[in-house]
Design a protein around this ligand. Structure first.
Ligand code: SAM
Ligand code: SF4
Length: 329
């Protein structure tokens, strides 16, 4: 059952909800100076507002919700948010993206809530490189959290790294990840660095085409796998000798937007049709009580008519997105 459809025939079984803009890391491509509280007094979505979004989305045929941020797990009510969304009929998967800083502490409660998947951002397996990229010396803690998940037989783990020229794009870096997924049951994906409103200099310095990793995979006899209906834009590769998969998310590649199946809601309740769109319509006024849910559904449905065919990122159009922490990357 998928109701949400745009004018280009794309359907939307998948939503990302950002639940906070706050983050405790300082990734060079995202928040190099750390999170700064903005002047506006807007608060982040409350647990009740998130629940109403979840109900509306499930009635619109959305079956998969990813919680993201900023760093979603800085919220004290994070586990309750997961619990709430998991209780909604129709929402078959609740997933999350995290920098993993407190994974050791929250791994058990997350598994108790039966979280359906955890994406952990780990830009390098080398402690110094990790520190250089994220501004934090947290690699050991994150890996310990990952280990705890694995010891408890939790298998739905993906690791994401942003590919950065001259930092983590060498054959040695790729070999390290290959070794890692041989001994760990995880999928690993490189994301090509995206230009956002705030990171032009960083982008110019570190952007490299994800083809360098694709060429490596083909050389090592990894085989491209076709995608499922609710899977994201990642191109996945499998290999008979490995349990984990490799993936590439290449937003600048031709036809990337053709398979777009996701919409986003920001931490302040704006619906964003595209990561790099020019507008965001506020849903907040319709999130205040359960009686508004039919209107909320109508608004989301109507907005889909405005979803554009492509992000035009290749033309340097980053829309109104200063950094991905502001929209939930
Ligand atoms: N804080 C969490 C984390 O880092 O996993 C969740 C939010 S973060 C914005 C989501 C993902 O976006 C992370 O994997 C991060 O590496 C990625 N990201 C952030 N800025 C990016 C950029 N400019 N280009 C590509 N990926 C980016
Ligand atoms: Fe924080 Fe994630 Fe942005 Fe890094 S990518 S600064 S962890 S929001």
């Amino acid at each position: 059952m998928v109701h949400l459809k745009d004018n280009f025939g794309r359907t939307f079984p998948y939503f990302r909800i950002s639940i906070t803009d706050v983050c405790n890391f300082k990734c060079g491509y995202c928040l190099p100076d750390g999170y700064k509280k903005p002047d506006n007094k807007k608060t982040f979505l409350t647990i009740d507002e998130i629940r109403r979004i979840g109900i509306a989305l499930s009635e619109l045929g959305v079956c998969k919700i990813r919680l993201t941020g900023g760093e979603p797990t800085v919220r004290k009510d994070f586990i309750d948010i997961v619990k709430n969304l998991k209780s909604l009929p129709g929402i078959k998967k609740v997933l999350m993206t995290t920098n993993g800083y407190n994974l050791k502490q929250i791994a058990k409660p997350l598994m108790e809530q039966k979280i359906d998947g955890i994406n952990i951002s780990i830009d390098s397996l080398d402690r110094e490189k990790f520190k250089f990229i994220t501004g934090m010396d947290k690699l050991e803690d994150i890996l310990a959290g990952l280990k705890l998940l694995q010891e408890n037989n939790f298998k739905k783990i993906k690791i994401n790294a942003v590919l950065l020229k001259g930092v983590n794009d060498s054959e040695e870096d790729f070999n390290n990840w290959q070794q890692f997924i041989k001994s760990n049951y995880v999928d690993f994906r490189y994301i090509e660095l995206m230009q956002t409103g705030d990171n032009l200099d960083y982008f110019k310095k570190y952007h490299v085409s994800a083809n360098v990793f694709r060429d490596y995979l083909l050389k090592k006899e990894w085989i491209h796998q076709t995608a499922g209906f609710d899977s994201g834009p990642s191109k996945n590769y499998i290999h008979k000798d490995f349990r984990g998969k490799f993936g590439i998310i290449a937003p600048y590649s031709k036809d990337f937007c053709k398979s777009c199946n996701r919409l986003r809601i920001t931490a302040q309740g704006d619906l964003r049709l595209c990561l790099f769109g020019d507008t965001g319509i506020s849903l907040r006024a319709l999130l205040q009580n359960d009686e508004q849910i039919p209107q909320l559904k109508d608004l989301i449905n109507a907005q889909l008519n405005f979803k554009k065919e492509s992000h035009y990122l290749e033309l340097g159009n980053t829309g109104i997105t200063p950094h991905l922490a502001s929209i939930g990357g």
